[in-house]
Design a binder for this molecule. Structure first.
Ligand SMILES: Cc1cc2nc3c(=O)[nH]c(=O)nc-3n(C[C@H](O)[C@H](O)[C@H](O)COP(=O)(O)OP(=O)(O)OC[C@H]3O[C@@H](n4cnc5c(N)ncnc54)[C@H](O)[C@@H]3O)c2cc1C
Ligand code: FES
Length: 285
């Protein structure tokens, strides 16, 4: 085999998506006491630009690899990835310091179908870390504000100190988004709403037939949110949810993320509720 042919075969081989690209931690920002955003800069060739809602597999050397959504993309192909410290691997990623090397594979998965919301009301519902996979969609929609009738954002957190991207919410308001923030519990000095996001859905849906909703929360909350949207008259096909399951390869090779007929690393995580409703109640095996 010629060298050129070998290179072509290597590029198309199934192992290609399994090979991490090296990224250096160029910045680190604590979003809350347990959630960190890393700005990752490619050391050599960057991965292909991720679309809003796609995820990468982030590899912390010596700890392991986990799926993390892309929260933002910089002009120099930097990736902003926001990580909640849930266990051993996310803890290692959250502890990464500027100069550290992280392995990145991807981007993988479907994204938020922003074009489906053009000319309509875009309603974004996020709970806690659920805003991380939606941040890039919010920024893309605001950059093209005129394409949407309304951009409404309903964000929830357990408490004010856990509100993700809290400093950005006012900027998004100023740029034309209607932002409703709510927490489950707060001290008396909290001036915002109290209660689950589902309590405020009614007030954010103005034109059910013309609404496209993107929803990313804990799965049980997502089911209640979808039911509330359906009850208000939003069509199941216009409710997009993010289904998360345990992932290993990220590239539709290993079957770890199978949910019914779907491989969620390829056919998800963003799935419309007409397809997701019969599957969402199933736990991973
Ligand atoms: C497509 C996709 C995108 C994701 N995007 C992000 C993101 O942007 N930011 C982020 O912080 N996390 C994200 N996650 C979740 C993240 O991958 C998990 O928190 C991580 O795998 C946990 O690994 P760990 O070794 O640190 O903890 P583990 O020891 O594996 O888990 C710690 C605890 O978290 C629970 N857990 C693990 N995975 C999930 C999950 N997917 N959903 C809910 N609970 C889980 C476990 O049951 C356990 O209780 C995403 C997951 C998927 C599938
Ligand atoms: S994670 Fe391997 S097939 Fe989806």
């Amino acid at each position: 085999m010629t060298a050129a042919r070998e290179r072509a075969v290597a590029a198309s081989a199934p192992a290609a998506p399994m090979c991490p690209a090296r990224y250096v931690v160029a910045g680190r920002r604590a979003e809350t006491f347990d959630t960190v955003s890393l700005m990752l800069r490619p050391v050599a060739d960057p991965i292909e630009p991720p679309r809003p809602g796609q995820f990468t597999m982030l590899y912390s050397f010596g700890a392991g690899e986990v799926p993390i959504s892309v929260s933002g993309v910089g002009r120099g192909h930097e990736l902003l990835q926001t990580i909640y410290s849930a266990g051993a691997i996310t803890r290692a990623l959250c502890a990464a310091a500027p100069g550290d090397i992280i392995g990145v594979r991807g981007p993988f998965g479907t994204g938020w179908p922003l074009c489906a919301a053009e000319g309509r009301d875009l309603l974004i519902i996020a709970g806690s870390i659920g805003l991380a996979p939606l941040r890039q969609a919010v920024l893309a929609a605001l950059a093209n504000r005129a394409r949407y009738n309304r951009i409404a954002l309903l964000v929830g957190a357990r408490s004010p100190d856990r509100m993700l991207f809290a400093r950005e919410l006012d900027t998004w308001r100023r740029r034309g988004a209607e932002v409703t923030a709510t927490v489950y519990a707060a001290h008396a000095d909290w001036k915002g709403n109290v209660g689950p996001v589902t309590k405020f859905i009614g007030g954010t849906v103005a034109d059910p037939a013309g609404t496209v909703a993107f929803v990313c929360c804990a799965e049980v909350v997502m089911r209640f949110a979808a039911r509330e949207l359906l009850a208000r008259g939003v069509a199941a096909e216009n409710i997009l949810v993010s289904l998360e399951r345990n992932m290993k390869c990220g590239a539709a090779l290993c079957g770890h993320c199978q949910l019914g007929p779907l491989l969620l690393c390829r056919d998800g995580p963003v799935v419309n509720y007409a397809d997701a409703a019969p599957l969402a109640a199933k736990q991973e095996l």
